[in-house]
Every structure is written in C-alpha cells, then in structure tokens.
Design a protein around this ligand. Sequence first.
Ligand SMILES: Nc1nc2c(c(=O)[nH]1)N[C@H]1C(S)=C(S)[C@@H](COP(=O)(O)O)O[C@H]1N2
Ligand SMILES: [Mo]
Length: 340
Amino acid sequence: MLLPPSQQLAAPGKWPVVGERAPGPGPQAWTLTVVNAGGHARTWSFEALRSLRYVRRKIDIHCVTRWSQPGMEFGGVLLRAVLGDAATSTGFISFVARSERGHSTSLPLAEALALDTLLAWEANGEPLATPHGGPLRAIVPGRYFYKSLKWLERIELLAEDRLGYWEATAGYHNHADPALEQRYLASTLDRHEAARLLAVRDFSGRDLRGIDAHGHDLAGLNARGAVLRDADFRGCRLDGACFDGANLSNARLAGASLRGASFQNADLEGADFSAADVRGADFRGASLFGATFAPLDAEGRIDLALRAQWDASTRFDLARLADLMPAQRAAFGAIEPRRD
Ligand SMILES: Nc1nc2c(c(=O)[nH]1)N[C@H]1C(S)=C(S)[C@@H](COP(=O)(O)O)O[C@H]1N2
Ligand SMILES: [Mo]
C-alpha cells in the first residue's frame, strides 16, 4: 500500500483510541435515527439494521496525527442501504454521536456515498469495542479518521453544511483528504499579535495554532497549556522552554534546540522533532503517536543524519515510547532513555 504524504505505519494491530473514549448516557438498546432533508425521521433498531445486506470492507485508517493502520476489516452495512430513497446527490450528511459534547462530523452527501461509507459494528471479525465507537460507528474510507464518527446515533441530511466538532472548534480541515494532506485550516492569527507574543516569549494558555515562529530565539519560552497545533518552530532556540500540557500535535520542531525543554503531559501526536536537540528534555506523560524523531526516506528507511539528538539525560516514560511508530522506535537503537 502507498501511504499518503507524511503518514507512518502504526505497529501491526495497534489502533490507538483518539478523542472521546466512551459514549454519553442513553437507553440500553441502541437505535439509529435518520432525519431526511424534509425533517422526516425514521428510527432503526439494531435488529432492523442487521436485516440489511451485511458487508465487509478492508479499509486503510489514516489519522490526522500521522499514523496509518492499513487493511483494517470492518463489518456492517453500507450507508447507501440505510438511506435508501433518501440517498440523493445533493446536500450534506451530518453524523451525530451519543456523546457528552454532542460530537458530530459532516460530509457532502454525494461524497459520503461515493466513498462507500459504512455503518460498522465489527472490526477485524470482533464486535467493535466501546472505546472505538461500538456498538455502531461510521467508517468513511479515503478521509482522515476524524470523519469516522464513533457511537453513531443520528444521521441528519441537510441542505446546508453544518461543521462538525473538530472542524468547528479545532480548525480541522472540512474536506480531510489524506492524499491532499488536508489536515488543518490555515491559521487566522493576526501578524502583529503574533510578533508581540514572540517578543515577550509568553504563550501560556493561549490558542496560537498554526503560529509561524520558525527561526526565532525563544529560549525559556513559557508555553504551558498553549494550543500550538501545526505551529512552525523549525530551527528555533527553545532551550529550557516549558510546553507542559500544551497541544503540539503536528507541530514542526525540526532542527530546534530543545535542551532541557519540558513537554510533560503534552500532546505531541504527529509532531516532528527531526534533527532537534532534545538532550535533557522531559517527555514524561506526553502522547507520542505519530511523532517523528528521525525522518524516513521514500523506502521507509531512517535517515540517521537527521535523527534527533537524544541521550541518557532525555526523559521518557518507557510505556509511552510504545506509542511511537516502529521505525521511529528503531531509530533510537541502543540509546536507552532515562528511567525514573
Ligand atoms: N464521537 C466521536 N467520534 C470520533 C471522535 C470523537 O472524539 N468522538 N474522534 C475522531 C478522531 S479525531 C479519530 S482519529 C477517530 C479515532 O477513532 P479510534 O479512537 O477508534 O481510533 O475517531 C473520530 N471519531
Ligand atoms: Mo484524529
């Protein structure tokens, strides 16, 4: 399989739980309500869904945080079969979860149908586990996995699009095509405000996603709890910086000097640390799915010259290192991170 750009293979069978971990409260028996464009609702029992034609599909999962799990086999029914006559080529479809925060995601209806969207209750021959969206989730092949909604309880057909949870609150791209790397929207950060924050080196608690800081001297930066998704810190001096609890998913830190920087409990999914100096840095409690510490060439081989500089003073939870893609783990070879 050809991986989409900047994706890495997850270890075989590894399938991390991302986002919400459990559905919201509700009745014991799961139902699915479909509201058509005219506002007419039809509620399906699980048994009624199961009476439709059962299909199994092999699907490649591509998470926006740069890990992929190809060839997952999902079982369920096609969206097309559930929609029947309502499966027109106009308008939008919103998938709504039974979830505390009313999680949802949407697609153009024609696209959801053309992609052979599945409503699934099985994964690799087993009932879909609750943290992965059981008893029922949408599986949208060919889109980043945030378009595949867990705990599907309601489908709404709409004339106008209604942005989903991640798309509306976190700047996730609404089209989400991995082949086109449609991960996040461009930042809307004001240039002057960005320059002021860079000068005072205080990002704590701020939402600065997508900030372009590359090449700046930000030694000692306070970025505790900041939202720095997709931020550009390439080549920065960030020695002694504090990123504790910050969200740095997909941030670019290649070539940065990060000696003694702290990333405790930070979200580093998909972050790029190629050729960064992380001696003395503290990664305890940080989430590392899809993080890169050495870039791979087209054949999937590690480029040792661009490996992050890491030594016995770099602190990691050994358990969290298992989150790294196998090729990334291998990049560290014999170097043993410090145990606590
Ligand atoms: N209800 C619900 N569905 C959701 C999410 C969520 O937070 N809530 N997160 C999305 C994201 S960002 C991803 S990557 C996948 C993760 O699915 P998994 O936990 O089964 O790997 O679910 C998607 N569907
Ligand atoms: Mo995701």
